[in-house]
Design a protein around this ligand. Sequence first.
Ligand SMILES: [Fe+2]
Length: 456
Amino acid sequence: MSDLICIGFDEEGKKRVKTACDFLLIDQEFYKGSDVLFETEGLAQPRCVLISAVNIEKKEDIVNKVQVIRQVFPETFIVLIAEKKIKPEDAKFVKKSGCNYVILEPDFLYTTRLEYILLQVVCAAYVPVKVSDFKPNTTVDFSVYTIMTLNKKILPVIQAGTVLSDARLAKLSTVSELYVKRNQVDMYTDYVTKNKDLSAKGLANRCRAEFQSVALAHANLVFLLTDQAEAGSFDQGKILLENCQNLAKNLLETLTMLPDPWEVLSQSTFGMIGGTERSIMIAAMAAVASFNTMLGSPEETMLAGLFCDLALLELSPKSLGKLDSAEGRLQLKDEDIAVFKNHPVTSLNRMLENKMQISDSVKNIIVCTHEQADKKGFPKHIMPDKIPPESALILFHEMVDLEFRMKLGAERESYPVVRKRVFDREDAMIRAKTARFSGVVIEKLRKMIAEQSAGQ
Ligand SMILES: [Fe+2]
């Protein structure tokens, strides 16, 4: 059975789901109704079920559809596609009946929110861990899994509640890939933090775990900010933002202790659609640079970096794959160019609409993340001396990330190599008096890069 089950879609809806699945390499199965699905042999709990309620008018009928699926699949992530005209209170009512996310039909058809959700709940349903994370004579309260090479099936190798004896750990070290469920990643992070290992390797492991916790907290907040049934869930938003901020602070602390934070971070990311999900890597590297250069506030850099690309989820499916390179960005369709050129402001607006409590300086950093010293940035072309250094650091690290991720795979270059090349290019521009960054930012980055390469 596939990881993704789709119920009740018309031809247009099917086409839309297939675009997303082809892009993310996800297998999917379509069923007219749940009765046909439940008759399938070898029925197993899928990672995600999409239910289309586009032509269903009565909310009771929609609730019924959701509840039937929820009863059979208690742990599956259920997404409901609802008619544009559904009343907000009905959307909330439907969500309470057991679905995890409600998306309106136009957003489903014409934005890349679907890709984001599938990436988070299907592709990243499990996160990689290492055998060195586990210590003898400890108990884990989460399960650990491996993937069978033959059929790609995920199997548990350690059940929650197991005491890890030396023999069990020895056996575990023979398994090549280990995973934990992403929704249990906080338990795993707690375990790694509690069983503190002060060696360099232990620190790197803790950093990987903390990164995964931030990634999950970030995704949960993005879900809340974009879920149509959550409009007005301000209290919950406040809690999620505080949680995300605290986890990000812990991560930043650990990152600044590591000699090579990029190595740890680049092993932890799973971003594939080039938008919001890359934000964590960029935010973290920009925040570390802020710490090392003493430019701006590292915490504010991190927070702004996490949310400045929120509105990229409003780009159309035609933008898929185009955000991953500078050339691709030039090929965006007109309607997407408008969304792209305004995304720093729209991202901030999405946060404010949801009454997110962020400081004026963080707001300003977010809207300036694409402003440049040569005034050729966007959206406001503000005076160079008005660009916060935190915004410049986010832009610089986004440029590095863009080049870094282009060569994922065989010919992959190291992060410091890519960063030095981007730096040299921007440095040459300053000498040619066409600088995208201010002299202060360039000089501070030069010093940081020189110090780090001397320390390698
Ligand atoms: Fe951006």
